[in-house]
Design a protein around this ligand. Sequence first.
Ligand code: ASP
Length: 322
Amino acid sequence: MRIVLVTTGGTIAERETTGKRVHLSGAELLSGLVPGIGHEIDVVDLFDLPSTHLGFCEMRAVAQAVRSALGGGADAVVVTHGTDTLEETAYFVDLLFKPGPTIVFTAAMLPPGVAGFDGERNLNDAIVTAGDPRSRDLGVLVVMDGEVHTARDVVKHHSMSLGGFKSPEFGPLGTIDEGRFYLARRPALLETFSFPDREPVVEGIKCYAGMSNLFVRAAIERGLDGLVIETLGSGQVPPRLMPNLREAVTGGIAVVAAGRSPMGRLLRCRYGAPVRVDGDEWDLREAGVMFCDLPGTKARIKLQLALAANLEKDQLRLGFEH
Ligand code: ASP
């Protein structure tokens, strides 16, 4: 099997020599693998960045590198990445490729040279996953700490733990047991957008108790293409935001509501209960806000790609609300 390894930086490739940050190349990363992995692996050292430095352009560059690798005949692609925004780049790429050849992201919580470095194991597991034909057609996968997650579900759940990546509500798709890929279930929610040729301006705002309308006002004044609002609970915002959110929608900003809670989705009509409160789900929906079942960070990626794909308003709403 022919696998292409695309490296992008992050802790997995970080090594310090006399206070300077040195990037481990893909070839160096591979040299730490268990012998006999049994695949032909080509390396593309794409860039060397902490994932906190990445944005739309770099994510698109990763997607392009994956596209070139697959176009060049690779059977599967493994991408190494920083952990902090891995879930975003992985989901970005997930939304651009139809189910087919395996694309796996992996990373390390600890840097090379530190006791317990997890990068070797994670890279090894990612290559095992990529090399197993049963990992095809599952969308982009994220392999960390012996677990195989979908890009859609996975989040960095813990800032330090080696088991910091979780699919909080529905769990991983599978595991790597003694170097064998074990697939327990298949993902149901896979969707694809066209490759973006422009970067829509989309920002995100998280709601909190006592928040003012400062950021929503700023979004309107800035003239965004899209805005993701991370609502409280099941889809509610502090009422003082409502006039500005209405103004944002009527002014042409695509506003998407996501949930601030780490699990669960947004309600539409408060279980059908007759009681309404200002800034509730009804208010948001009447204002034209689209409801989405993703965390805010991923809703933002999806909104950028949906807007870049120039979807009609109805298609856009359908894309978010299924
Ligand atoms: N700050 C690093 C990054 O995201 C952390 C890591 O790679 O684990 O690039």
